[in-house]
Structure formats: C-alpha cells, structure tokens
Design a protein around this ligand. Structure first.
Ligand SMILES: Cc1cc2nc3c(=O)[nH]c(=O)nc-3n(C[C@H](O)[C@H](O)[C@H](O)COP(=O)(O)OP(=O)(O)OC[C@H]3O[C@@H](n4cnc5c(N)ncnc54)[C@H](O)[C@@H]3O)c2cc1C
Length: 471
C-alpha cells in the first residue's frame, strides 16, 4: 500500500500539514518518535499531582491568530482558548510595571509621557494586522499582498529594538517593547529585532496572548483529534532514522530540523541543499523551570497578578545586556526570564487557590549550567516572598529538552539561529522555502514563518506538496 503522504513529526506543524492534506482528500500517515503527539506543545504534571505544566510552549498569541487553524473545528475536539485580563507585563524596580492590555487606551494610559507615541504605534499595528498577517505568517521572499502595510512594518522592523525606542520619554514603554523584541532571541542591538516587537504588539491588540484551557497539550490533542476525524493516522513511538523507516509514499513532509532531514534523506537531497542542512546553525537554548506555588506570585507591582505572561528582566538596558551575554556564550547573573501564570485565567491548571507557573530563560546552545537559582532570583527581585510560595519545582536543562524532542537541538526552541540571514534564508534563500524536490518538503520551525505554535510551517509545506507530486 502506498500512502499519498508521510509526515515526520507530530508537533503543531506536522499535525497541521497532515490535516491540510487529509482535508484535501489525500491519505496521510504521521510518524512520531515520542509516545504522544504534540512535540514542544504538550503538558504534564511535572511537579505535583494536580499542577498542569507545559513542557514547551505555554502562551499562544500566534496560535490564536493562526490562519491555518481559523478554519478548523478545533473546539469540537476540546480546544478552548482562555484570555487573561492582562496580556503581558514587565516589572521594574520600585514596584512599577508596564502592562499591555488588549485595549490600546488602557495600555497607553500606563505609559506616562510615552502614551501618545504608544497609542499611535499600537493603533497603526492593530489596524494593519489583517493585511500583515498574510505576509508575516508565510514565506518572506514574495510580493506582499498589501505592500503599503508591509512596507510600514518592514521599514521599522529592520531596526534594532534599542534604536526603535531610543527617543522614548520614560523607561516603561522601552521595557514593554524590550520584552516583545527579546522573543527574537538575539541581542537587542541587532537589526530586525524591532520586527519581533512589532509582531507581538500587533497580536496583543488584536487576538491577544491566550492559553489553551487545561494546558498546551489540549491544543495538540485537538489537532490530533481533528486529523483522526479526517481519516489521518499517527504512528507513535516511530522514530525515523533512515529512509527505510518511511512507508511507501508519493510525498514526504519533514517537520524535523534540516540536519535530521539531511541525515535521513542523504543523497536524495540536491547536493548544495544537503551541505547547507548538514551545517544548520542553532540559536541559544532554553533553561526551563516549572513551579508549583501555594498561592499567587506576590508581585510588588500588584497589577501583575492579573497578567498572563510576565517578562522578568527589568529595563531595556538590562534585557539587552542579558541577551548580549547569552549571544556571547555566557550566563547572565540576571537573565531575561519569560514567565507564564496561566492559573490567573484557568483555575483547572492547579488545585484551588494554588498556581502552576512556567518560566524559562535563554542560555548558550547546549549549556549544562544550572540557572534555577538565577531565575528564582530575578522573580524574587520583583516579587519578594516568591521563594516561600514554592511547594515543588522541576527544572529542564537544554540537553533534557533535546532528549524529549530531537527538534530542540541544544535546547534551541526556535528551529535555528536568527542571527545573520537566519530569519530570511530559512531554511535557504529561495522563493519556495518549503519545497526541496517535487516529492520532498520541509515544514518545521526551521521554515517560514519560524518558531512558535501556529502550524503555519506545516500549512505551507502541505500547500507546496499539493502543488507538487500530490496535485
Ligand atoms: C521551553 C519552550 C518554550 C516555548 N514557548 C513557546 C510559547 O510560549 N509560545 C509559542 O508559540 N511557542 C513556544 N515555543 C516554541 C514552539 O513550541 C515551537 O516553535 C513549536 O512547537 C514548533 O513546532 P514544530 O511542529 O515545528 O516542532 P515540534 O513541536 O518540536 O515537534 C516536532 C516533532 O517531531 C518529532 N520528531 C523529531 N525528529 C523525529 C524523527 N526523526 N522521527 C520521528 N519524529 C521526530 C518530535 O518528537 C516532535 O514531536 C517554546 C518551545 C520551548 C522548547
């Protein structure tokens, strides 16, 4: 029996690719090395019973906005998005915090002398978002459908984040922006870091920074359920090490890293592509800690108690310093910590009155340095008494992330470095980045639009296959 398509990897991109193919009437088999689907989008009771933590991704601004998922009946398969009252915030010393709400006015009102500047920027981004989404959530090297909106985005986006906010009147707006721009996992003095800041602000004031109710794993279960309802099959505990591990097929979509694809496909890849993929450059890793708390985090800035995501890093200068040190291969004393407290919007995540908290910081790729104490120190700085609330904790180092999921090489959670041409030549400089040959495609986080839970890499790879050998 020859299946139309085989998809390697059952993360958000693999599941999405398979759904798109099954929906188009093609037979599809997904091969996954782990014993459950989801990849870096899964949940587990990693600290104590009743505390549901996310193994990888937790906060899903890109997922809620995903054009690929908008047309899928994921609610019928158990997915419900929950929105916290505040989208994200960034505490500063002295009990102050910059907080982003869905409402632009409310956000601007908290930014002092930068209120008007923010109002204008956020208003424009929110108004442009529908036009921008089509371009920024797909291959970058193509003629944009809405060139004016994209030109505005691009002109600002190419700048370093530190320069973009350099004329701010106060320190709250730059801190707020730094937290978004640091999702680039690059020093904030580098070009293009502003584009991440703008993208995440646009999402803030449109669809928001929401969580799947019950944890990230619910999203993956919904995608897997949707695939099953369309007749697709997932084979778990099925690692693909050689080409012989693939059943007979007409097209193959890999949602692995490029190096894995090169190892498995070998000489089936055109020579130049194979050489590039074998030397695929990775970005910094994540060092992650799950905390089971006996109550809410005692933020000095009390308004943070209602915010889903907290960027814990201080001023833009401090965040920039932390990210620069990581890029130089060292471990900051005061890391930039990304923290989610989904319990503020979803009581199902922890026993009554208690909280499941997720936190990670960036570290050099493959680092084995224990950052737990430094992560706790940063949180304690803005929430004295935090450590006293800890009932249990579970740390995951980069090597452990990679052991759970081979896509997370050295703890790299973005599918490859964004440095140099890393954002544009992803996985190589071409107008058809998801197509390798007429029968072989790639759709992981190493392809446009890059890392994050949105399924769009898989979506575009499926479209390429449907235009290729699966026509
Ligand atoms: C700690 C951490 C925090 C994150 N936080 C967020 C966040 O809050 N929000 C967000 O949007 N994103 C976040 N991300 C990023 C996001 O999870 C990833 O970008 C996204 O999951 C990528 O999807 P994917 O399908 O390309 O790959 P993955 O989710 O990595 O899935 C790939 C799948 O392929 C399987 N696989 C790999 N090799 C093989 C093989 N040879 N044979 C068979 N199966 C194989 C893996 O086991 C895995 O299941 C985070 C990631 C991590 C690790």
């Amino acid at each position: 029996m020859t299946t139309d398509a085989v998809v390697v990897g059952a993360g958000p991109n693999g599941l999405t690719a398979a759904i798109m193919l099954a929906r188009a009437g093609r037979s599809v088999v997904v091969l996954e090395q782990a014993n459950e689907p989801g990849g870096a989008c899964r949940s587990a009771e990693s600290t104590l019973p009743g505390f549901i933590h996310d193994i990888g991704a937790a906060v899903m601004p890109l997922g809620v906005a995903s054009p690929a998922w908008a047309s899928l009946p994921l609610e019928d398969h158990g997915l419900h998005w929950v929105a916290p009252p505040g989208e994200f915030g960034q505490p500063l010393d002295g009990g102050r915090a910059a907080i982003a709400y869905r409402d632009i006015e409310r956000t601007a009102a908290g930014l002092g002398g930068d209120a008007e500047r923010y109002r204008k920027l956020a208003g424009r981004l929110a108004a442009d978002w529908d036009h921008l989404a089509a371009s920024v959530l797909g291959p970058l090297l193509r003629i944009p459908r809405h060139p004016l909106a994209m030109a505005r985005f691009g002109l600002h986006g190419v700048q370093p984040a530190t320069r973009f906010v350099s004329r701010a009147a106060g320190d709250l707006y730059p801190a707020l922006f730094a937290g978004c721009a640091a999702h680039a996992v690059l020093p904030l003095e580098r070009p293009l870091t502003t584009s991440f800041g703008l993208l995440f602000l646009a999402l803030t004031h449109t669809t928001g920074w929401q969580f799947p109710q019950g944890g990230a794993g619910r999203l993956s279960r919904a995608l897997a359920g949707c695939l099953a309802s369309l007749g697709g099959e997932i084979r778990l505990s099925h690692p693909v090490r050689t080409w012989d591990d693939l059943p007979a097929h007409r097209a193959a979509i890999f949602t692995t890293g490029p190096a894995t694809l090169a190892r498995v496909a070998g000489s089936r890849l055109p020579h130049r592509i194979r050489r590039r993929f074998e030397k695929w450059p990775y970005g910094p890793g994540a060092y992650k800690v799950d905390f089971a708390l006996d109550g809410p985090i005692p933020w000095t800035a009390t308004a943070l108690a209602d915010v889903g995501t907290v960027h814990v890093g201080g001023t833009i200068a401090e965040v920039a310093e932390a990210e620069r040190l990581v890029a130089e291969g060292t471990h900051p004393e005061q890391p930039f910590v990304l923290l989610a407290q989904p319990s503020v919007a979803d009581p199902s995540r922890a026993p009554e009155g208690q909280q499941a908290v997720w936190a990670y910081c960036h570290v050099p790729n493959g680092s084995d340095f224990d950052m737990t104490d430094r992560i706790e120190g940063q949180i304690e700085r803005f929430a004295p008494g935090f450590r006293d609330r800890i009932l249990a904790k579970h740390a995951t180092a980069p090597s452990e992330l990679e052991a759970i999921n081979p896509n997370l090489v050295g703890g790299d959670f973005g599918g490859g470095s964004h440095a140099g041409m890393g954002l544009v030549a992803r996985p190589r400089l071409t107008v058809r980045p998801h197509r390798i040959t007429d029968r072989l495609f790639i759709g992981s986080a190493s392809t446009p639009p890059g890392g994050g839970v949105h399924g769009m890499g898989g979506y575009w790879a499926a479209q390429a296959a449907l235009a290729g050998s699966l026509r």
